[in-house]
Ligand binder design. Structure first.
Ligand SMILES: Cc1cc2nc3c(=O)[nH]c(=O)nc-3n(C[C@H](O)[C@H](O)[C@H](O)COP(=O)(O)O)c2cc1C
Length: 210
């Protein structure tokens, strides 16, 4: 569990910048593609690994997680929400945005230094993380104002609350609105940020956390 406070630049340019996208999503649920159009680097940072599959880098859509002590509650909440809203169309995005604001972007419940995604294929990233338990994450601050390098402990879950959290949250955005799923649940990747470097032109790789 995270105890230290993340640096200001991480909170402002990554966590709070993503929170503001969710706020915009809440006021424009009919056209969320427009909201997220230029947010690619913040939503899908590059994840670099090394190991038996060689050195590798690939973009992954990452999400902040809830603090571990609220994980079971969040899973239960999401499970009920998904059942209740199955196939209800674009109004689901309003409920999804509210969930994100109340759990993921609420300082009481969130863990800004733990990121999550799912692995749709047991490819290079999966193989390397299984072997090394480490990853580096490159976050470009759009359009090119800076960059953060996050060094993380990485763990893959194929069952249990993190697995359910990641897949239920993915379903809420991608399966629940249309009431249709295009793929099964996938392994969850949890990235616990341990070190942060500021790779902007001004700081040139200065360590800013811990
Ligand atoms: C913008 C973007 C976001 C992506 N997000 C994911 C994701 O969340 N999960 C995933 O499994 N693959 C995602 N991919 C595909 C992966 O980057 C990658 O191509 C695939 O998982 C195989 O990578 P690997 O064998 O290098 O691990 C994304 C691709 C793009 C372009």
């Amino acid at each position: 569990m995270t105890t230290l406070t993340p640096p200001d630049i991480y909170m402002k340019e990554f966590y709070l910048a993503r929170k503001s996208l969710v706020e915009k999503m809440l006021s424009n649920t009919k056209n969320i593609e427009e909201v997220f159009k230029f947010a690619g680097p913040l939503l899908s940072p590059m994840v670099a690994t090394y190991g038996p599959a060689g050195i590798n880098v690939a973009p992954f859509m990452l999400t902040f997680t809830v603090n571990k002590k609220y994980l079971n509650q969040a899973v239960e909440y999401l499970r009920n929400l998904n059942n209740e809203l199955w196939s209800k169309g674009h109004i689901v995005y309003a409920a999804a945005a509210k969930f994100l604001l109340e759990w993921i972007y609420n300082p009481e419940r969130s863990d800004p230094l733990t990121l999550s995604t799912h692995l749709m294929i047991k490819g290079h990233t999966y193989t390397n993380i299984k072997a090394t338990g480490e990853a580096a994450i490159g976050v470009l601050i759009p359009p090119d104002r800076g960059a953060l390098e996050l060094r993380a402990e990485a763990e893959i879950y194929e069952e249990g609350p993190y697995y359910e959290f990641v897949n239920l949250l993915h379903d809420l955005m991608h399966a629940v609105p249309r009431g249709e799923r295009s793929h099964p649940w996938y392994p969850a990747l949890i990235l616990r940020v341990k070190e942060i470097y500021d790779n902007s032109y001004q700081s040139l790789g200065k360590k800013i956390y811990p």
